[in-house]
Design a protein around this ligand. Structure first.
Ligand SMILES: C[S@@+](CC[C@H](N)C(=O)[O-])C[C@H]1O[C@@H](n2cnc3c(N)ncnc32)[C@H](O)[C@@H]1O
Length: 221
């Protein structure tokens, strides 16, 4: 997964990756860091913590990619003194030669290198607040004995990866959440919202990050 990929700068100066074969970016071109903070950290992690007092929170991310969401989550958990067990799925890891040129290093270069260099498919303790497990697998093949409190749903969009936005996938996502768990995604398509609702989620349309009108939060009640 190298020749197909190239680094570009998004509008907030932070990098993202463009994947040529499917004409998709890994983040919003309006700003990758601002998008990740808005959708996953603010509307996901911080909202969940405000509503639920849990000693430990289990997060599942679909699509590890550049590791930006993991990096920002690690940073936030230290500030909030919240224990998080972070489990992320990725079938197509990005080559290190590309990763090392991303300017996300400025967030925390030590942790950024660590999460990329750690062995796949086993659990690692990054610090007292953050355990990290990256699994080289597709979501379709993934099974779990544990349930999650928050899902960061960060697959490529329905136009290029429609198999990730089906009712079967949404039912599986629902079943992977604890009751009172939430799923957040940058995608705000009407059909996605209606389909998530039809498998049992309570849906909220929230203001989107810069450059996008809306995003979605789905709650398991
Ligand atoms: C929009 S990018 C998001 C990347 C990431 N969260 C980040 O911050 O860089 C989508 C990611 O989903 C991964 N992906 C593609 N198909 C997948 C599948 N079937 N299951 C899980 N992840 C998948 C891609 O390889 C890519 O890394």
């Amino acid at each position: 997964m190298k020749n197909n990929l190239r680094i570009i700068s998004s509008n907030d100066g932070s990098h993202t990756i463009y994947r040529e074969d499917i004409d998709e970016h890994y983040h919003s071109i309006h700003g990758s860091i601002q998008e990740s903070i808005h959708v996953f950290i603010e509307a996901g992690l911080k909202t969940f913590i405000k509503k639920n007092k849990k000693k430990e929170i289990n997060i599942l991310e679909i699509g590890f990619g550049t590791g930006l969401n993991a990096l920002l989550t690690n940073q936030e958990t230290k500030q909030l003194k919240q224990i998080v067990n972070y489990h992320t799925l990725e079938p197509l890891p990005i080559e290190c030669s590309l990763i090392k040129n991303l300017n996300f290093k400025k967030i925390n270069s030590k942790v950024f290198s660590l999460i990329h260099n750690l062995e796949w498919n086993c659990n690692h303790s990054i610090n007292n607040f953050f355990t990290f497990f990256k699994e080289k697998i597709t979501f379709e093949d993934f099974n779990s004995k544990i349930k999650y409190d928050i899902i960061y749903y960060d697959a490529f969009g329905p136009n290029s990866q429609k198999e990730m936005w089906t009712l079967d996938v949404f039912e599986k996502l629902y079943s992977l959440l604890n009751s009172s768990g939430i799923l957040v995604t940058y995608c705000a398509k009407g059909q996605v919202r209606r389909d998530l609702k039809s498998v049992g989620f309570e849906m909220e349309r929230l203001p989107g990050p810069i450059g996008k009108r809306e995003m979605l939060r789905a709650s398991k009640i």
